[in-house]
Design a binder for this molecule. Structure first.
Ligand code: ATP
Ligand code: MG
Length: 390
């Protein structure tokens, strides 16, 4: 007999009439994520999702760990399986919850009976197991109204189950319920965090990386793919689009005033990202910008780049301090990879005196020498698609 996993839905339950479609998205995401751990059934009932192994070979530990990264889940509970016999259930409960039962003063038992052929009603089972635990733990008194500890039992088709303590889930909304977005993924600390934050709000993510070979190395590109790989357990499978950016940067260097290099480069990124958004039906572009962090992240600089965007630009980090961003990066597991010392295309051809408060008119003038459309078309034609799986 193998343990099962119970999941409590998060904000999904607030969605009223849309609840059904949210729930369907969530359960299909769950099924896809745990497929590789063996055959499980995933069923939702009253905002609880039952994840039940259908074979002794199922890797429940692996599934439990993986499910902690699925958005839309508030808590996860592992439930120990045992034979569907009242005495066996009482014994297993005493052993499985030994520490909790020893520490509590008051308790109650709550049972749910999915298998209606079980010989006791749920009330009878609760009373039976409650009595046995009361005898086994002298420190305990039954309290039906405000118990310190509630022991949950479930009688299901394959087995009976005793709930352990719940652990926090990833929260947020199921990926895919809020549409899709192009996410600009550099190798830095910020953009993996901004990507994660919008996936958490239910967006399906299409990562885009601008690559300036040979000014930036294969290692820099590999680092971005490694970051995407770390994000996949949260975001689901993704295809990274690697956009050749070298020719554009060389053209900017040859034809535009140096003080505007960075801002014009970022405008080119926005144009290409917008074209990708249109081709792949994405409703937004995500960046890791944070107000005032660097010269190109002042309000005027953001306005000058946004000028070239065809869809809304989402900047979930805009009001965060670096310290706060780093805390999230550590939590999601991207930090150690992000700080590996490979250069980004933004640090190639950095102007000595970047323009921090650019006037839109001046920027447009500075860019006038560029053949924008052919450059964008050339970059789009050269995109390399890299699939990142689990
Ligand atoms: P990060 O830590 O995410 O690299 P940053 O603080 O270094 O951000 P910038 O270099 O100004 O800031 O980049 C701002 C945003 O532009 C990044 O967060 C990212 O979304 C996007 N970006 C920058 N460089 C690239 C790149 N080579 N490919 C894709 N997106 C990029
Ligand atoms: Mg960067």
């Amino acid at each position: 007999m193998t343990d099962m996993i119970l999941l409590k839905e998060g904000e999904v339950v607030l969605k009223g009439l849309n609840k059904r479609s949210f729930e369907q998205k969530l359960t299909s995401n769950l099924r896809r994520r745990i497929k590789r751990f063996g055959p499980f059934t995933v069923t939702a009932n009253q905002s609880v999702i039952y994840v039940e192994p259908q074979s002794e070979d199922c890797d429940v530990d692996g599934a439990f760990e993986t499910l902690q990264k699925v958005f839309g889940i508030m808590t996860l509970t592992r439930a120990a399986a045992c034979e569907k016999d009242p005495e066996a259930i009482a014994k297993k409960a005493a052993a499985y919850l030994h520490d909790e039962l020893s520490a509590a003063k008051t308790f109650k038992v709550e049972s749910r009976r999915g298998d209606k052929s079980f010989p006791m009603t749920s009330v009878q089972l609760s009373q039976y197991v409650g009595g046995a635990l009361d005898d086994a733990f002298p420190n305990l008194t039954a309290d039906m109204h405000d118990p310190e500890l509630t022991v949950h039992l479930e009688v299901r088709d394959r087995a009976a189950y005793i709930h352990g303590a719940p652990v926090p889930g990833a929260g947020g909304l199921p990926v895919g319920t809020a549409g899709a977005a192009v996410s600009l993924l550099s190798g830095g600390i910020d953009s993996p965090v901004s990507t994660w934050m919008m996936a958490k709000r239910g967006m399906r993510i299409l990562p885009v990386h601008f690559f300036s070979f040979p000014y930036t190395s294969e290692l820099a590109k590999q680092k971005v793919l490694d970051l995407a790989k770390i994000l996949v357990p949260w975001c689901g499978r993704m295809t990274v689009q690697v956009v050749p950016f070298t020719h554009i940067q060389e053209e900017i260097r040859a034809k535009c005033p140096e003080d505007y290099f960075t801002i014009i480069m970022r405008r080119m990124m926005m144009r290409i990202a917008s074209a990708i958004a249109e081709k792949d039906r994405c409703g937004a572009i995500i960046t890791g910008e944070s107000l005032g962090q660097v010269a190109s992240q002042t309000m005027e600089a953001m306005a000058a780049t946004e000028d070239c965007a065809g869809v809304p630009v989402l900047r979930p980090l805009v009001g965060m301090d670096k310290k706060e961003v780093i805390a999230v990066a550590r939590h999601i597991g991207t930090f150690d990879t992000s700080i590996l010392p490979y250069e980004d295309c933004c640090t190639v051809f950095t102007p000595r005196h970047p323009c921090t408060h650019p006037k839109l008119r001046k920027v447009r003038e500075a860019e006038a020498g560029l053949d924008v459309e052919p450059l964008v078309a050339e970059a789009l034609a050269g995109i390399e698609y890299v699939k990142i799986g689990y």
